[in-house]
Ligand binder design. Structure first.
Ligand SMILES: [Fe+2]
Length: 367
């Protein structure tokens, strides 16, 4: 069971945690922003020896992860601490998963087995919720690979909202949209259950009630709520996985270089509107009536009286955040529509044909 520790400067408990866990040498997985944030001052004082691994990109490649695996083995590390956004935490999960596997064969194509290597995560963005999920994303031969293993959930998640203060505004907006979409998508997912819906509801409420003060005023209380909200959204998708807004986002990220949260965020309102108008195509076993009631519940959590009002509110948030879709040619829209992984759409509560996807991309890219 994961232990979640929250609060100002809670990341400074890592030194004690490493001692308690009898760690001899840990691998610190982080991106260069770690040094800009001044976090290295605290880590330099930790008695337990550290090996830094920073050689990976925002959309980490399999080959980069392999360099980390080799370093972990060479340095005989016995624990991993990940400090950063989703990519640092995902890289850490993969290193933990691959490090005991035999060399020579592609690691993620082998049977993955659990091991005792402790993994401590410290998110420095409020978005992916990766610190509390079993998912890890990386790229192999230019293709996105998403793996899920129950034992990848880090043993510890230290949620320190003060780490959000120095994030650039655009990054805050993108990560916030990722968390909000994850919560909404999880709520309407065909895989939802009472537990996931409760997490999703908590996430939606925290994000909707605090996004303005968090983004535009850097308010500490709001940052605390957003950090928690994104964690709840992570816990929600850990149960359900994501749905259409995520499935439709990946090609926009690779085609236009749009950050993940931005690409996810621009699709959600159009998809929601389509589903609201086409409940007869409901693919959730609980039925169309259940789905429409779910949409109403989501709307209520957003402070709206109807789902139609919530869709408009969501569009208003995008305007307020100045987040819009890319301009696309009709050829590009065709490429986008045919790129969507059908498997990923199975979680969506309403079936979306390629023609529907085309129309949705048309709307997303009409600025
Ligand atoms: Fe996401």
């Amino acid at each position: 069971m994961q232990k979640i520790i929250c609060g100002e400067n809670c990341y400074k408990q890592i030194g004690d945690l490493l001692k308690q866990l009898n760690v001899k040498k840990y691998m610190l997985v982080c991106r260069p922003s770690f040094f800009k944030m001044g976090l290295n001052e605290y880590f330099a004082d930790i008695e337990t020896k550290a090996v830094y691994f920073t050689d990976f990109t925002v959309n980490p490649k399999y080959e980069e992860i392999c360099v980390g695996v080799d370093l972990f083995r060479k340095e005989k590390c016995d624990a991993i601490v990940a400090v950063g956004g989703g990519s640092a935490i995902d890289v850490a999960k993969c290193i933990k998963a691959f490090v005991n596997l035999p060399n020579g064969e592609i690691y993620f194509k082998q049977k993955l087995v659990d091991n005792e290597i402790p993994l401590i995560s410290v998110p420095t963005t409020a978005g992916t919720g990766s610190e509390s999920t079993r998912f890890a994303v990386f790229y192999y031969n230019g293709e996105k690979e998403s793996l899920a293993e129950e034992y990848w959930i880090p043993e510890y998640a230290l949620l320190d909202h003060t780490l959000l203060y120095s994030l650039p505004e655009y990054q805050k907006k993108c990560t916030l949209l990722d968390a909000l979409c994850q919560a909404i998508e999880s709520w309407w997912s065909v895989n939802s259950n009472d537990e996931s819906k409760q997490y999703a509801k908590t996430a939606v409420e925290k994000i909707i009630n605090n996004y303005r003060a968090y983004i535009f005023e850097n308010d500490p209380e709001a940052a605390k709520e957003i950090m928690l909200g994104s964690n709840y959204a992570g816990r929600a998708i850990n149960i359900t996985a994501t749905t259409s807004a995520h499935a439709m986002s990946y090609k926009m990220t690779t085609l236009y270089g749009i950050p993940h949260g931005h690409a996810v965020g621009i699709g959600l309102a159009h998809i929601w509107e389509y589903m609201l108008n086409n409940p007869q195509n409901c693919s959730d076993k609980r039925g169309a009536e259940y789905l429409l009631k779910t949409f109403e519940d989501i709307a209520n959590a957003m402070g709206c009286n109807s789902a139609a009002e919530a869709v408009e509110k969501y569009k208003g948030i995008l305007k307020e955040l100045d987040i819009s879709g890319p301009k696309a040619t009709s050829e590009e829209i065709g490429v986008l529509a045919s790129s969507v992984n059908v498997g990923r759409l199975k979680n969506n509560p309403v079936a979306l044909s390629e023609d529907v996807l085309y129309d949705l991309y048309l709307k997303i890219t009409q600025r």
